[in-house]
Write a protein that binds this ligand. Structure first.
Ligand code: N01
Length: 632
């Protein structure tokens, strides 16, 4: 039997080191691995988890049970080592399902199994990998962007044997993780889930990696898959035009032609800086969080931080102890999710287990996926029968509000002024909920930090003035004011059939059939397009993998049937858009109390966010319904 990566690599670790590692691992995950090593289901039947909650990976098990599990595990793992770490026999499907239910602390259910089993990938076959085409000919694909989804597109196109070129505006890969180098930048989805299913790095330094580590991860994937020769860096796409037979892609660095185009530009890429009157008169350095000017030293300076969404929330704690004074201008208070692991390093013992214990990494991924994905949607969907709609949209949503409120009030303590500023006035999870380990409120409580909730009126040469006339002096202004998230594909011009301009076709309401294709734009595919943003959780990498499998199938169809064009028909596209809009209006994100949110366009409508469970979207893009497409 060949050894799949997921089965763990052989080891000769001495008993004492194994015992030390077992002190650090997730015990539920260890027990699941023991079932694989021994084939004996008693390791899940003899132990019970008390529950599964996001970022709590010990199943709330008692200390006694955890100690018992470690004691049982040590001789079994030592025996496995002494036997040469043989690849465990596959487990019967019923037992895997029992393990899933045990790990989830609930019945995972038929609907979720296809997605979950794919993510587990116990067979180690990389189930989303495309089959290599027998004769791809000279069909050529342009991928726009070498961030998370562009690198993925490269991997999958290469595996399929399709010619491709990736055009990237930056001088290296990683997209968001290349650009966002501000102090404190780190991911807010746990990394053992926020990584490609087929490149499950076991080496993360942190559970929520900092930007340099993420940037390295994507560069490593590029190297391992030998994508370098396919990428043109420093090449920004300005426009693309369908000429009836092919796409012409214009960049600041030459023109390219392609049979098909895949956009992989993300939604959170183009900085948005509000037009505050007088901003141009400010005499000090002023820059956006995604374009951090590392030549500017904030040490000992008076810093105005405008915006406190996910980026500002990370910047403030990272710079507060070096600046002389920090003024944080926050328009809307944010809900925070308690996450004690947010800044925690991954212990050596955990890394050892990821590397060597069979399927430990796969089950750990599941422990992150299950509570971290569709559970968030449960709390976001409006229950029309819930009475107190101003406060919460459902009973679960109300419970989240109580929990988050408690997290905030306990930390603030006896400071009613601060509490009034930091407690949100809209239902929980109505905007992106931030991961928090207490660092935000600790920062706001510092003597050299002030949180301002009054609206900004103007900027002067020396500071920021709010609507009440107060001037806050500043040497540096940091704009952590987010991105042009609702302007999909901005600022590129995309011209399709008969000269149609995609942005004119869309207006302020971008749409796409299954978030990927648009009628009138043949052989044009989007990753992370309209309706693909995951506001409720999950990992965008997972979403991209599902989308890319679908795109690969479309390309395969074009090539193998020798088609000239493929595009969705208007009727199924309109139907998908109608259903998506109907669903999105019944979520907390559309709540009328939320006036500012990057999910909403200028009209207060939501077109970029997915209202679907991951399993629903998985089924929708598992394979194309060809009758929904027009082929030529
Ligand atoms: O952007 P944001 P971000 N006057 O749009 C404020 C991802 N991300 O860069 O809330 C005054 O969330 C705005 O105020 P309001 C993640 O998905 C991930 O912080 O609109 N203020 C808000 O405070 C995240 O959600 C990670 O009222 C103005 C801030 O600027 C997304 O990127 C890290 C204003 C913008 O917050 C974007 O996060 C960072 C105005 N005119 C980002 N206009 C991790 O993985 C805007 N604001 C950790």
């Amino acid at each position: 039997m060949t050894r799949s990566f997921h089965a763990g690599s052989p080891f000769d670790t001495p008993d004492a080191e194994i015992a030390a590692a077992l002190e650090q691992v997730s015990i539920p995950t260890l027990l699941l691995s023991l079932v694989h090593i021994t084939g004996d289901p008693r390791f899940i039947r003899d132990y019970k988890q008390a529950g599964l909650f996001l970022n709590e990976v010990q199943g709330f098990m008692s200390e006694e049970d955890k100690a018992r599990a470690r004691a049982e595990a040590l001789p079994i793992i030592a025996g496995y080592r002494d036997a040469g770490c043989p690849v465990p026999d596959p487990l019967p499907p019923e037992l895997v399902e029992e393990m899933l239910d045990w790990a989830a602390c609930e019945h995972v259910g038929e609907d979720n199994l296809p997605l979950v089993l794919e993510e587990l990938d116990l067979d180690g076959v990389d189930p989303r990998r495309p089959t290599a085409l027998e004769d791809p000919g000279d069909f050529h694909v342009i991928v726009i962007g070498a961030g998370e989804s562009g690198v993925l597109a490269g991997v999958r196109l290469k595996q399929a044997g399709i010619n491709f070129t990736i055009l990237e505006k930056n001088s290296g890969p990683g997209g968001t993780w290349w650009e966002n180098s501000y102090p404190g930048a780190r991911v807010d989805v746990a990394n053992h889930f926020y990584c490609y299913s087929f490149e499950p790095s076991n080496h993360w330094d942190h559970f929520f990696a900092e930007q340099p580590e993420l940037r390295r991860y994507f560069a490593d994937v590029v190297d391992r898959h030998e994508l370098g020769p396919h990428i043109r860096f420093n090449t920004e796409v300005r426009s693309l035009r369908w000429d009836g037979a092919a796409w012409t892609v214009d960049t600041g660095n030459g023109s390219f032609t392609a049979n098909a185009v895949i956009t992989a530009v993300g939604q959170l890429n183009r900085p948005s800086i509000p037009e505050f009157p007088g901003a141009e008169t400010f005499t000090g350095p002023a820059f956006h969080s995604a374009a951090w000017d590392h030549s500017v030293d904030v040490t000992g300076k008076r810093v105005a931080l405008i915006g406190a969404g996910a980026s500002g929330f990370q910047i403030a704690p990272a710079i507060a102890d070096t600046v002389e004074h920090l003024t944080v201008f926050q328009r809307t208070a944010q809900w925070m999710f308690p996450n004690p692991m947010y800044h925690e390093p991954v212990a050596d013992g955990v890394r050892w287990a990821m590397e060597h214990l069979p399927y430990y990494g796969r089950w750990y991924r599941f422990l992150l996926l299950w509570p971290g994905a569709d559970k968030g949607l449960d709390a976001a969907i409006v229950d029309p029968d819930y009475a107190d709609q101003g406060n919460a949209v459902s009973e679960i949503n109300a419970i989240a509000r109580i929990m988050f409120t408690d997290w905030i009030t306990t930390q603030v303590g006896d400071d009613p002024d601060l509490l009034a500023k930091v407690l949100p006035d809209y239902p929980a999870t109505g905007k992106r909920t931030l991961q928090d380990n207490g660092s935000w409120l600790n920062t706001l409580k510092r003597d050299n930090v002030e949180l301002v909730r009054n609206p900004i009126e103007r900027i002067t040469p020396t500071g920021v003035v709010t609507a009440d006339g107060t001037e806050y002096p500043a040497d540096i202004i940091l704009y952590a004011t987010g991105f042009r998230a609702t302007e999909v594909l901005f600022p590129m011009t995309v011209t399709g059939r008969d000269g149609a301009d995609l942005h004119e076709v869309w207006g302020s309401r971008p749409y796409a059939y299954r978030s990927i294709t648009v009628p009138g734009f043949p052989n044009f595919f989007m990753t992370y397009g309209p309706g693909a943003h995951l506001a409720h959780g999950g990992s965008l990498i997972l979403n991209s993998e599902l989308q890319m499998r679908y795109i690969n199938q479309c390309l395969e169809r074009l090539i193998e049937k020798n088609l000239r064009t493929l595009e969705p028909r208007p009727e199924p596209t309109a139907e998908w858009h109608r259903r998506s809009q109907e669903a999105i209006r019944k979520t907390v994100w559309a709540h009328p109390s939320i006036t500012h949110s990057y999910f909403k366009n200028a009209d207060g409508e939501i077109h970029t966010v997915s209202p679907w469970r991951l399993s629903t979207y998985h089924a929708a893009v598992y394979e194309p319904v060809w009758s929904d497409f027009r082929e030529e």
